[in-house]
Design a binder for this molecule. Structure first.
Ligand SMILES: Cc1cc2nc3c(=O)[nH]c(=O)nc-3n(C[C@H](O)[C@H](O)[C@H](O)COP(=O)(O)OP(=O)(O)OC[C@H]3O[C@@H](n4cnc5c(N)ncnc54)[C@H](O)[C@@H]3O)c2cc1C
Length: 477
């Protein structure tokens, strides 16, 4: 273990969960990290934004993991502020709430006799009919659940999230996330419903910091500093120089003032893979640059609404399947932690719009977005327009790495070239183009540092089994 490297001998790009975990582990082992975060606050997509005292996640962030060292780090960092929260999250469709995974009796009751008979018939036909092709999301779900259930509970939400038709999404996406339900088990579930399906602790409750996920990452940044590391915000890394198979320096641009070059002994990056490849100097080979340019992302706009009423709905969040509104999911932050909302006579919602940078939603003026969200909450029948006191808009670029038909090939091309830089590692969600949760990002951070400390670990090989994966989830986290 080399404990004698100079200050700035380890630079970490990005102060999100992956970067801060790496920095903390490095600092604990005597390597003094310099963390450079382009944003105004740490936490990455797991940050908490504060407007007029109201706290907003970027979507809600549950803290769950199967990995003891991750759980321990969370508990050590927050102590009593790391709390268990009861979970309730349902689908809202046609002014009714549906449990997910679907409860057969509730679904039939809510749909009414005509639509539920049609759903049962199409489900039965799908199970006993001749199976069609099974290549796309649409085919996979329709073959197993029937067209009626596909159209009611899968199609609209999935298309809102990804912005492309279900016939363009590969079946693997569905197969990974939706539990296939045999006809026999559907009948069994209907006749003898199980009260509790799945690991109770994870499905019915989850951990959440008292002041939102940002609290975790702000505290971890403080711990890094207390151990001798440095965390600087509003510092964007705009260039990475390399020579002879080693990163030699990075170019850092502060929010105001001149860019400067910092010599680097070792570099860990959590920036998105496409940015990374395009900022390397000299440029990597053309096929690697081409692969980087081909990676795609889905972006995200959240409209925070503050309402003059203490409750809106009982859930932490709800999925909006109705095709007549653009909103895809609604967070109810006071139900995550009462301390997210400074005035208990009010509620704060996060209206989530999945979009692409530059499209009509992304470029809409903030006022117009607040008006849209206000209209939609009334259209849905969840609150009145007049209940809304004020709103605020948060834009999150590159919220989701997209798994399109070609992403694996592009990723493999980039991955095959990166070991050319021996003192460099890329980790985290967009750093590995990985649709992950915070615990996975943290594990890649630990693996990167352990590798620099001489252990035989590889952040790309972080065992996904160890990172908690919630079966039957059709919805993105
Ligand atoms: C809507 C939504 C809901 C989610 N819900 C959950 C959940 O319930 N539970 C859960 O565990 N996970 C959830 N996730 C996933 C979670 O947010 C990510 O797994 C986690 O934030 C990834 O951490 P990271 O550090 O790898 O990346 P990021 O969070 O993306 O952090 C990367 C950081 O690097 C910085 N950066 C990038 N480029 C540069 C540069 N050039 N210079 C300087 N800084 C740079 C960025 O500003 C950012 O702060 C959710 C994600 C989304 C989009």
């Amino acid at each position: 273990m080399n404990k004698s490297i100079e200050p700035h001998g380890l630079v970490v790009v990005g102060g999100g969960p992956a970067g801060l975990t790496a920095a903390h582990e490095a600092a604990r082992n005597g390597l003094l990290p310099l963390v450079l975060e382009q944003g105004a606050r740490v936490g990455g997509i797991g940050r908490t934004e504060v407007h007029r005292g109201y706290r907003f996640d970027i979507g809600g962030h549950r803290f769950y993991t199967k990995v003891p060292e991750v759980q321990r780090l969370w508990e050590e960092t927050l102590g009593a502020d790391f709390r268990l929260t009861p979970r309730l999250s349902r689908i809202f469709y046609d002014e009714r709430f549906y449990q997910y995974p679907l409860d057969i009796w509730e679904t039939l009751r809510n749909l009414g006799p005509v639509r539920s008979s049609a759903a049962v018939l199409s489900f039965t036909a799908a199970r006993f009919g001749r199976r069609q092709r099974d290549d796309t999301f649409e085919e996979w779900v329709t073959n197993r659940f029937g067209r009626r259930l596909f159209e009611t509970f899968f199609k609209t939400y999935t298309e809102k999230v990804w912005g492309i038709g279900c016939h363009e999404i590969r079946a693997e996406w569905a197969a990974q996330r939706i539990k296939d339900l045999s006809f026999g088990s559907a009948v069994r579930q209907a006749l003898f419903p199980k009260r509790d399906d799945g690991p109770k602790s994870l499905i019915r409750q989850f951990h959440y910091p008292r002041l939102g996920p940002g609290m975790m990452w702000e505290r971890l940044a403080e711990r890094v500093v207390a151990l001798g590391g440095t965390v600087e915000t509003r510092r964007e890394v705009v260039g990475i120089h390399h020579r002879g198979g080693r990163v030699t320096g990075i170019v850092v641009r502060p929010e105001t003032g001149e860019a400067r070059t910092i010599p680097v002994e070792r570099l860990i990056s959590t920036m998105a893979l496409d940015d990374l490849i395009l900022r390397l100097r000299p440029e990597p080979p053309a096929h690697v640059v081409e692969a980087a340019r081909s990676l795609r992302y889905r972006d995200f706009v959240q409209v925070g609404l503050v309402l003059r009423r203490p409750t809106v709905f009982a859930d932490n969040w709800i999925y909006i399947h109705s095709p007549n509104v653009r909103v895809g999911r609604i967070q109810n932050f006071g139900n995550w932690s009462a301390d997210m909302v400074p005035d208990p006579a009010t509620s704060s919602l996060g209206m989530e719009y999945f979009c692409n940078r530059g499209d009509a939603t992304w470029t809409m003026e903030d006022d117009a977005l607040v008006r849209l969200a206000t209209e939609e909450i009334e259209t849905l029948g969840l609150a009145r327009r007049s209940d809304v006191s004020w709103g605020t808009v948060i834009r999150q670029p590159k919220a989701y790495p997209v798994y399109d038909a070609d992403y694996r090939r592009h990723l493999d091309t980039i991955r095959a070239w990166l070991p050319a830089l021996e003192n460099f590692q890329t980790i985290g969600r967009n750093g590995q183009h990985r649709y992950n949760n915070q615990d996975h990002s943290m594990l890649t951070g630990l693996a990167a540092v352990h590798r620099f400390l001489g252990e035989n670990t590889d952040p790309w090989e972080v065992n996904t089994e160890r990172s908690y994966y919630e079966e039957q989830r059709v919805t993105p986290a």
